[in-house]
Ligand binder design. Structure first.
Ligand SMILES: *[C@@H]1O[C@H](CO)[C@@H](O)[C@H](O)[C@H]1NC(C)=O
Ligand SMILES: *[C@@H]1O[C@H](CO)[C@@H](O)[C@H](O)[C@H]1NC(C)=O
Length: 327
């Protein structure tokens, strides 16, 4: 009967892809979304409706989102109204974002790190990074699932009592990694424009890798940990998980900076924040002239024939892009 289940899964995924195709913007980048807002082909409300629908339809399959914000559509409509009045501000204005469930927002949402023990914990104040997202104009879509307590409780990757088992959208039976599993899966399966994850030791990088999205683990203190369920202040960091490098950089720009509620770390790290932000480093020919070190022995461990081919292809592409002159 295994093949029957597999067939059903494939059909479900095909149906999903079919529906998603009728939305031109389903996989748009932040830049494309902003262009759509400006040229009138897209509204924030339409985006929120699309993502909420996507979350609802994929929930039984992927369990990537624990709770959606009952206020999301109103926030989106307000953003649209601001844009019509010409008072839209912020680089993420009207852009819907999902936050890992260990990051508090002042919306009517639980912040539980996936645990039933924290159910009913509705925080009155935004986490430092949530406040910055809001200042950049973002719409809070909801809370992404995770490995419970960000894996401080030793659980299977992507499992939490509240969220259930998050699944890898590319291969449902395969590991989504953790602990920011829901953020990675939601970004990969287009349930939000961008997402936030947190990392203590691998919790952004691993699920980004396993779900084929771009994650950035910021240097400690670049992003405030105030309002984030902690593991250790010596290692915790909050960072973007997005579909493209450009999106991740947009989000990083929005969330870094000093916070008096995480004063020591954010003050110490503020000297690393480049004047003018990170977008200036986003260059199409950014690899040109770079020498790339490749620890092949490490990277090739456990790769199958197919993965090996993809790996070599991408390495070749990076090599090509690093030449001074276009070959
Ligand atoms: C408007 O923006 C959308 C979304 O980025 C884009 O696909 C479309 O080509 C744009 N149309 C015009 C006329 O610029
Ligand atoms: C918190 O979670 C509970 C249980 O899922 C839900 O009933 C409630 O609406 C959630 N939100 C708030 C603000 O309590």
């Amino acid at each position: 009967m295994a093949w029957l289940r597999l067939l059903a899964t494939i059909l479900a995924l095909l149906a999903t892809a079919g529906v998603a195709h009728s939305f031109e913007f389903h996989e748009d980048t932040v830049d494309a979304i902003q262009l759509g807002f400006r040229n009138g082909s897209l509204t924030s409300a339409a985006l929120v409706r699309f993502y909420l629908d996507q979350i609802r339809r994929l929930k039984p399959l992927l369990h990537a989102v624990i709770e959606v914000n009952p206020d999301a559509l109103r926030q989106a409509k307000r953003a649209d109204a601001e844009r019509r009045r010409g008072t839209a501000t912020g680089p993420l204005h009207g852009v819907p974002v999902l936050l890992k469930d260990n990051i508090a927002t002042r919306d009517a949402l639980n912040t539980t790190a996936g645990s039933l023990a924290l159910l009913g914990s509705v925080v009155k104040r935004d986490a430092g990074v949530a406040a910055r997202l809001r200042r950049a104009g973002a719409v809070v879509l909801g809370k992404a699932s995770l490995s419970e307590w960000a894996n401080f409780r030793n659980v299977r990757n992507g499992w939490s009592a509240r969220g259930g088992q998050t699944r890898n959208p590319y291969v449902l039976s395969s590991d989504p990694c953790g602990s920011s599993s829901g953020s990675g899966v939601a970004a990969a399966a287009n349930m939000a424009a961008v997402t936030l994850g947190t990392e203590t030791d691998g919790s952004i990088l691993c699920p980004s890798s396993f779900n084929s999205v771009v994650g950035i683990k910021p240097t400690l203190g670049l992003t405030s940990r105030a309002g984030v369920v902690p593991i250790t202040t010596r290692q915790d960091s909050v960072g973007p998980m997005c579909r493209t490098v450009s999106d991740a950089v947009h989000v990083l720009d929005a969330i870094v900076g000093y916070d008096k509620l995480d004063a020591a770390a954010t003050r110490a790290a503020s000297k690393y924040i480049p004047y003018g932000g990170y977008l200036q480093f986003l260059k199409k020919d950014g690899l040109r002239g770079k020498r790339i070190g490749v620890p092949n022995v490490l990277f090739q461990q456990g790769l199958g024939e197919k993965q090996m081919r993809v790996y070599e292809q991408q390495l070749g592409r990076m090599r090509l892009l690093s030449y001074f002159k276009s070959p």
